[in-house]
Structures are given as structure tokens and as C-alpha cells.
Write a protein of this length. Structure first.
Ligand SMILES: Cc1ncc(COP(=O)(O)O)c(C=O)c1O
Length: 406
């Protein structure tokens, strides 16, 4: 959203404005653009958060079997029964929440669709949505498309490399008003790696109660946690069950970002509205892949332990390489990104640095400004994704060393 240049208004030969004001208010995703640039320059792609290693064999087999069994037609629009029941069982097990799979779950085309469908279902023109920044790029355009006005609250970077990004309670309170319809939360957080503590979520809960607001919470990195960090769903806090829309999906937990299966969990009245919007947006998520989702969500606990351990090893492989190359790193407690400070490289800004990195060094990253409404806040930051094989990370490390020799 804000950091990118606004494209010129497109007029027909007879002077009619053919592009909507909404579409003109944001430009294409910087993250996805960096992926294209990585292809163009033959760079290692540490920009976009997709794994370059295989998905678990049993999940792939379940998808193949579902297609072989001719599960090839539309699933129930709000999700295959087997997947909805698996989601409810998993939420009971991990969050202790009793969810009615018949009335409180909408399966969507990825958590991306679950987020926009949820916002479209609950917001009206003039409503405000509180968003922490840096934020996952999509939330800005999501707010614009849903007609709501985003109110940004800064997550301040830690002064120490292993400190936590924090919000100022007074700044957060000041962003809430009678117009606040919802706050968007993302924990574990992309791009900072912050995992919101229970105390922080309690503070947010109190504001939601006081201002009669919803929490729309993107928890797709819930199992990717380091150093003893614990994930809390705000829906489990007192009074928040029916005030939360909890969004999750298969992409990150099961390394299948291309399958496009995600979901929104919310109280029945909210779910009714989300289901209607979802139905008219996409009808439904891929039917055979939803069946494979039911298999995925039933994997034993050891799968999730292995997932977190493998990501910890990848994090600890890339961190020293970045430091050696000259970056100041912020150590993530969750998710699979490292935010860095590039102040010491002496570039004019993050975009020129990221361009240099992709063209001359051969590594694609994401300029920090793309995660902020005020680009200057990210002008000295770039983000690296480490959801990659050891070989990819080692080659990136080798190339990045050229920075320290420059
Ligand atoms: C915080 C966050 N939410 C959502 C997504 C997209 O998820 P999905 O593939 O389920 O649409 C991403 C992908 O990078 C993300 O980082």
C-alpha cells in the first residue's frame, strides 16, 4: 500500500476513468515483484515466504488419493466436512477451544482469502481497523478493498539484537475510537518474528472490550516458534471467543503455499457473513486438497516439534551469515523471517539496497518500507525469508559475504 508510488490514473480514449479508485490506491505486491526479479537476475530468492523443500509425503499421498477417488467437483462452499471437523479437533487440542465445525468455520482459498472475506464481511465505509506496522503487506490493500480506514500503530524495534519488538500501550489506546471495528493481529508475526505475549494480548483484549471491537487474528505461523516462545490465540482470552476471527491455513505449517487452503473461525453470526462473502468471491477452495488437509491436521504432535526444530536450525544457519556480511539482525522468536538493519551499508534507502542485492549480489530480499504505511520507518530495513534448504541458505550466505568485502 502506501510505500509504493501511486500508478497514473488510466483513462479511456474518451476520458473515462476505467480503473477503480480502490485499485488505484495500492500497487502490486513488492514481495511477489521481488520473486520475479529473483528469476530475472538468477538470484537466490530469500524474498517470498515459500519453502523450496518438499511437503510431507503423507499429505501429498492424501491429495493424490483424493484426486484418484474423483473428489474433483466443488466441495461444500464453506469447506469439506472432513477438513472442518479436523480444524475443530485441532483447535480443541492446541487452543482448548470448542468450535462448532458446522457453524463456525469457513474454508477459503488460503488465509489470504480468509482475511479479505472476513474484512469484507464485517466492515462498512467509515469503519476503522487498527493495524500494527510493520505489517504483512496484504493487510493494507485488504483494508482499502473492504472500505475501512486503517489506523497504524508502530511496533518499535528492539535496541538489542535479541530483544522483542514492542508497541507502546498509549499509542495503541490512542488508535482505538468508537469507529474502530477491528484490530488485525498477526502472531507469530511477519515480518518481525515477534510472538505476542499473553500480557500484550490481555491489553489488546481490554481495548477490544472497551471499544466493542473485533480481533481478526492471523495465526498461520502458530507452530513455528523458537527459544521457548509460546503461541496464544486471543480467542482463548476471557470474552474474546465471540469477538475474534481466527485465521489460519495449510500454507506454512505443511509447506504447501501453492495449494491455497486456509480458513476463518468465528462465532456463527460472523461466520454466516464470512461464508456469504467467500461464496461469491471464490465458491470454494480446491476440493481434493481440502481432503488432504484433513490428513495434515491429524498429524501427530511429533510433526510440529520437528517443524519448529527444523526452522530453528535454518534460522541459526542464516543469522550468523547475515551478521558476518555486516547486517544488524533482529532475532525472531517465531515465523520464518529475519528483519535486518542495513544502516551500516551506507545506501540511500532500503529499495536501492534491495536492488543492489538482487542485481549485483544475487540475493533477493524485501525492502523494509513495503511493510510500513510510513515508508521512512522501514528505510533502513530489509527482510530475509529462511524457509529454504541448507544448500539454498549456504549459497545465499556465500554470495552475501561479498557485501562485507565491498
Ligand atoms: C502473515 C501472513 N498471512 C498470510 C499469508 C498468506 O497465507 P496463505 O498462503 O494461507 O494465503 C502469509 C504469507 O506469507 C503471511 O506471512
Amino acid at each position: 500500500m502506501a510505500p509504493k508510488a501511486r500508478p497514473a490514473t488510466f483513462l479511456s480514449a474518451r476520458g473515462k476513468r476505467l480503473i477503480s479508485e480502490k485499485a488505484e490506491r495500492f500497487s502490486e505486491s513488492v514481495i511477489r515483484d521481488m520473486t520475479r526479479q529473483a528469476h530475472l537476475y538468477g538470484a537466490i530468492n530469500l524474498a517470498q515466504g515459500f519453502p523450496d523443500f518438499p511437503a510431507p509425503a503423507e499429505i501429498k499421498r492424501a491429495a493424490q488419493e483424493a484426486i484418484a477417488a474423483d473428489i474433483n467437483q466443488y466441495a461444500i462452499t464453506w469447506g469439506a466436512r472432513s477438513l472442518r471437523h479436523a480444524i475443530a479437533a485441532k483447535m480443541k487440542k492446541w487452543q482448548g477451544l470448542e468450535i462448532d465445525p458446522e457453524a463456525e468455520i469457513t474454508v477459503c482459498c488460503g488465509s489470504t482469502e480468509a482475511m479479505i472475506a472476513s474484512l469484507l464481511a464485517v466492515t462498512n465505509a467509515g469503519d476503522e481497523i487498527v493495524v500494527f506496522e510493520p505489517f504483512y503487506e496484504n493487510y493494507g490493500p485488504d483494508a482499502i478493498l473492504s472500505g475501512a480506514r486503517p489506523r497504524f500503530v508502530t511496533l518499535h524495534p528492539p535496541s538489542q539484537s535479541d530483544g522483542e519488538w514492542r508497541f507502546d500501550e498509549r499509542e495503541l489506546r490512542a488508535a482505538f475510537s468508537p469507529q474502530t471495528k477491528a484490530i488485525i493481529l498477526n502472531t507469530p508475526n511477519n515480518p518481525t518474528g515477534k510472538v505476542f505475549t499473553r500480557a500484550e494480548l490481555e491489553f489488546i483484549r481490554e481495548l477490544c472490550m472497551e471499544f466493542d471491537a473485533l480481533a481478526v487474528t492471523d495465526e498461520i505461523y502458530e507452530h513455528i516458534l523458537y527459544d521457548g516462545a509460546q503461541h496464544f490465540s486471543i480467542a482463548t482470552l476471557d470474552g474474546m471467543r465471540d469477538r475474534s476471527i481466527t485465521i489460519n491455513g495449510m500454507s506454512k505449517t505443511y509447506s504447501v503455499t501453492g495449494w491455497r487452503v486456509g480458513w476463518a473461525v468465528a462465532a456463527p453470526a460472523l461466520t454466516n457473513a464470512i461464508r456469504k462473502v467467500h461464496d461469491f468471491l471464490t465458491v470454494g477452495a480446491p476440493a481434493p486438497l481440502q481432503e488432504a488437509g484433513a490428513t495434515a491436521l491429524s498429524l501427530p504432535d511429533s510433526y510440529y516439534e520437528g517443524l519448529a526444530a527444523a526452522y530453528r536450525a535454518r534460522r541459526d544457519r542464516l543469522l550468523p551469515a547475515l551478521r558476518q556480511a555486516g547486517f544488524k539482525t533482529f532475532v525472531p522468536s517465531g515465523a520464518y523471517y529475519i528483519m535486518t538493519d542495513i544502516g551500516q551499508f551506507g545506501f540511500a534507502d532500503d529499495v536501492s539496497f534491495a536492488q543492489h542485492l538482487v542485481k549485483e549480489i544475487g540475493v533477493a530480499s524485501v525492502p523494509g518500507s513495503s511493510f510500513y504505511s510510513r515508508p521512512e520507518l522501514g528505510a533502513h530495513q530489509v527482510r530475509f525469508a529462511f524457509c529454504k534448504t541448507d544448500a539454498t541458505l549456504d549459497e545465499a550466505a556465500r554470495r552475501l559475504l561479498a557485501l562485507s568485502r565491498a
